[in-house]
Design a protein around this ligand. Structure first.
Ligand code: PMP
Length: 441
């Protein structure tokens, strides 16, 4: 599907605005921000309950991070990844202090997509196998490789008509819609058995890795039922498959721990992260790996660096952001998260169009479904997005002063504020959402 250029006569505005598109719609132009609040060019304030793209974890305009960036720029802005750099070395050591126990070494990258590419490239090289397993209902990035590994249909629509790409197989996520299960335990068991079935049918020797978000990000913030990831770890061990945790959204405090792997009790073999690492003030991403992989890289080399990978300015921002998380924001996340959970759960009780609410820490999904049909309002592959009432809820909440994210698929709203959010701001933003649901349905 070729993308059409928009002009002022175009009647509809795409939900995701192409980078070159600059106007003629009612989407605010953000010019300023502080903590949880952003301001548009008219001076209107909005509570940013999307943290832009689930990434400004320290809040907007944090002076400590800005100063660290300025200091690094004044000292030496760039040192290539083939040389040592003090800031980069310091960050490498700091990451080891907070990462899950299984992690032993870091390769830096630039974006979440590229960190995942690097992890998959390394896994394939190490395992000498090509296939990678990913979940339906997942998002791993917008490069050719990652868009094809991604489970959501919108993203894959850009890739699949043009390229068959990399060997991969998808499996069902452990969500109630996918399995007929009475209890969370039964759901965990059935979903893990299904995964094992997929592995045995694909041929375990052909599979290098299983790549998964530990709490789903843009595809709905769903968490796995208790016991599921324990089984996934056992299955990966049994069939010699590397477990890669995509922590691009869940990393750096979003779930209430440094990493989602810690809140979900997982020891991955590889772990990728980006976004919250620098609170997104500048781009930086990374891949951490276990001892075996670190030894393999040390012995065999892995010479596929990128010019901007591990950029010192990003590393300086990351060190400062980590200080900010450690000095209060991790604790704040744990303190205010129950308030967000209870306010959102109330929505499920109050509105029959809210079909489920799920998440962890400060990352939540509010799913909508037609109560008559008992199914989501819109299947984005067959319906006109303009008919989607969830889009109306989102834009009305914006008019009410609170910005939220649209999930993929677009039948759910993602709630993911900066980690410095207060309970009063949670109340204000959820009130705005509640009013929007009430006026839409
Ligand atoms: N993985 C996950 C879970 C993500 O949510 C994203 C981005 N939203 C990516 C990977 C890709 O990251 P980036 O956009 O920085 O390439």
């Amino acid at each position: 599907m070729a993308m059409e250029r928009l002009d002022s006569e175009t009647e509809t505005t795409p939900t995701a605005i192409p980078h070159w598109y600059d106007g003629d719609d009612d989407i605010p132009t953000i010019v300023d921000g502080e903590d949880v609040t952003v301001y548009d060019s008219e001076g209107t304030a909005y509570l940013d309950f999307q943290s832009q793209l689930y990434c400004v974890n320290a809040g907007h305009s944090n002076q400590q991070i800005i100063d660290a960036i300025a200091d690094q720029l004044a000292r030496i802005p760039y040192v290539s990844s083939g040389k040592h750099n003090d800031t980069r070395n310091e960050l490498r050591a700091r990451l080891l202090e907070v990462a899950p126990e299984s992690m032993a070494q870091t390769l830096f990258s630039i974006s979440g997509s590229e960190a995942n590419e690097t992890a998959v490239m390394l896994a394939r090289e190490y395992a000498d196998a090509s296939k990678v397993l990913t979940r339906w209902h997942s998002y791993h990035g917008a490069t050719y490789g990652m868009a094809s590994l991604t489970g959501d249909t919108d993203t894959r629509a850009y890739i699949e008509p043009h390229a068959t790409t990399t060997g991969n197989a998808k499996f069902l996520p452990p969500i109630p819609e996918a399995f007929d299960a009475e209890t969370p335990e039964e759901l965990a068991e059935k979903a893990a058995n299904h995964l094992e079935f997929v592995i045995r049918n694909e041929g375990p020797d052909t599979i290098a890795a299983l790549l998964t978000e530990v709490v789903a990000g843009s595809s709905g913030a769903y968490t796995a039922p208790p016991g599921y990831f324990e089984r996934v770890r056992e299955i990966c061990d049994e069939y010699d498959i590397l477990l890669i945790a995509d922590e691009v959204i869940t990393g750096f405090g979003r779930t209430g721990e440094w990493f989602g792997a810690q809140s979900e009790g997982i020891q991955p073999d590889l772990m990728t992260f980006a976004k919250g690492l620098t609170s997104s003030y500048v781009p930086l991403a990374g891949v951490m790996m276990n001892d075996d992989l670190a030894e393999y890289v040390a012995a065999e080399g892995f010479d596929v660096g990128q010019t901007f990978a591990g950029h010192p300015v990003g590393c300086a921002a990351a060190l400062a952001a980590m200080d900010v998380y450690e000095d209060g924001l991790l604790e704040n996340t744990r303190e205010v998260a129950p308030r967000l959970e209870s306010r959102l759960t109330d929505l499920e009780e109050r509105f029959d169009v809210v079909s489920s609410v799920h998440g962890r820490g400060l990352h939540w999904g509010v799913a909508f479904a037609d109560p008559e049909a008992d199914e989501p309002f819109v299947d984005p592959r067959v319906s006109d997005e303009d008919d989607n009432p969830v889009e109306t809820v989102l834009s009305t909440a914006g008019e009410n002063g609170a910005l939220f994210g649209m999930g993929r698929p677009n039948t759910q709203i993602i709630v993911s504020p900066p980690l410095c959010v207060t309970e009063a701001e949670i109340d204000e933003a959820v009130d705005a959402l509640e009013d929007a649901i009430e006026s839409t349905f």
